[in-house]
Design a protein around this ligand. Structure first.
Ligand code: JSK
Length: 447
């Protein structure tokens, strides 16, 4: 067996998101979000699950912070529910919403845990969706104004801010594929939204700088890797399109001030063009302090005319799969990180999400989730290989602290280091929790 020695200065954390863990959906003045609406629409979420209770972390946050403390975690990545702060998305601030996040952040700081705050993790106020949501450019200003409220309220307590989580999921998964809220299936709409999200990101970074807020700011795109099945140009090009769908489309504008031409051309063939207003690209290209990278899976793929949006099909490589049926492909993690480093430079990187779905249950007060441990072992080894290749990774957040509401999969898919009994809300540390605790303590492990 090989020993994997991780950098002594690599920071470790765990990640969650408001709608997935908080519950208290109708408490203390919180407004409706698009996920409340989507989850209550028949057929959208497995078993008709919703976030009304979730992990009840709104009330149990002290217990959850204690779990993070006992893990030895340096950082905790959480998200703020925009409709808890601004029930209508704009206008009157809900003080009870701010009070909750002060309780959470104060508890983290008291326990010596660095709070890392995601401002947008998919729970758009429904009141804004009723006016067009992210397709309406007014939502860009609404987001920046919401962010300004948070910056001013928490300056000195929160020093790392993430504007938008997984803009590909917010735009294409939610408005072209239609699997997530609000569930549209319109490529032009999805492209418009992807642009407005990037403008909102850039405008918010600019507001953060203009206000002179102490701290660092970035965003957290999700990624994938498609390794060409052969060295035929058509396979290489098809895989590039799939990789660019998630990576280049959201990196090129921020780092190089333009959309990737090969994808602009591809979308044009599909009848899709972007409406870019004067100044948009300059706003998007604001310097960021770090980039968050979320990685779960990848695959080997090849050109196939008519397959998906990009004439590309995944190969069945007989890879082991997680319980959500995603291929386990740690090589892709290394490829993604080295690709981004080579193409977009030395901006510090935090792995803002990496983890696996294994639905092991409690037996004799234990959860023997060896699948998750093996996934983390191989992916942290790929991370170490990337760092050895010069990729400037500063931290790693495991998704997730707790089993939680996994969007359209509801509570059927479990990503947590801690098992949730959704009937009793009892938390049970899994074997992977103890394994990760050792890695954080020792800085090495046996692959
Ligand atoms: N590429 N084309 N796909 C077409 C087929 O789509 C079908 C469904 O696709 C997807 C793709 C990606 C995801 C996904 C989920 N997470 C995990 C969450 N990350 C943020 C955090 O909240 C975690 O819960 N990350 N990504 C889900 C569904």
């Amino acid at each position: 067996m090989a020993i994997i020695q991780l950098p002594k200065d690599l920071k470790f954390g765990v990640a969650t998101a408001a709608y997935q863990i908080e519950g208290a959906a109708n408490e203390d003045g919180r407004g409706e979000s698009i996920w409340d609406t989507f989850a209550k629409t028949p057929g959208k979420v497995v078993n008709g699950d919703n976030g009304d209770i979730a992990c009840d972390s709104y009330h149990r946050y002290k217990e959850d912070v204690q779990l993070i403390k006992e893990l030895g975690s340096d950082m905790y990545r959480f998200s703020v529910s925009w409709p808890r702060i601004l029930p209508n998305g704009t206008g009157e601030v809900n003080q009870k919403g701010l009070d909750y996040y002060h309780r959470l952040v104060d508890e983290l700081l008291e326990q010596g845990i660095e709070p890392v705050c995601t401002l947008y993790h998919w729970d758009l106020p429904q009141a804004l969706q009723d006016k067009g949501g992210w397709d309406n450019r007014e939502t860009i200003d609404a987001f920046t104004n919401y962010a300004e409220i948070m910056f001013k309220e928490f300056e000195g307590k929160i020093n790392k801010w993430i504007t938008i989580n997984e803009p590909w999921c917010v735009s294409f998964l939610s408005n072209y594929v239609g699997a997530h809220a609000p569930g549209n299936q319109d490529l032009q709409l999805a492209a418009n939204i992807s642009h407005h999200l990037l403008v909102a990101h850039g405008q918010t970074v600019k507001r953060f700088r203009d206000l002179g807020i102490d701290g660092e700011i970035g965003y957290a795109p999700n990624t994938t890797w498609k390794e060409p099945f052969s060295n035929q140009q058509k396979d290489i090009d098809a895989c590039q399109r799939e990789v660019g769908y998630l990576i280049d489309w959201f990196f090129e504008p921020v780092f190089h001030g333009q959309y990737p031409s090969y994808l602009v051309d591809w979308y044009k063939q599909k009848g899709v063009t972007l409406k870019i207003e004067d100044g948009d690209m300059e706003v998007i290209q604001q310097r960021i302090d770090f980039v968050g990278i979320n990685y779960y899976n990848g695959n080997v793929a090849r050109y196939k005319k008519g397959s998906g949006l990009f004439d590309c099909e995944d190969m069945d490589m007989d890879y082991k799969r997680t319980d959500i049926n995603w291929p386990i492909y740690p090589e892709g993690f290394y490829k993604v990180l080295t690709y981004i480093h080579k193409k977009y430079g030395d901006t510090p990187i935090y792995i803002t999400e990496n983890g696996a779905c294994f639905n092991d249950e409690v037996k004799d007060n234990q959860v023997n989730d060896t699948g998750r441990i093996n996934y983390l072992k191989t992916h942290l080894a790929a991370l170490q290989q990337s760092i050895d290749s010069g990729v400037p990774v500063k931290g790693y957040f495991c998704w997730s602290l707790l089993d939680n509401f996994e969007w359209a999969e509801g509570y059927t898919m479990r990503f947590g280091l801690v098992h949730m009994n959704y009937r009793t809300l009892e938390r049970t540390k899994k074997e992977s929790y103890y394994w990760y605790q050792q890695v954080i303590r020792n800085g090495w492990y046996d692959l």
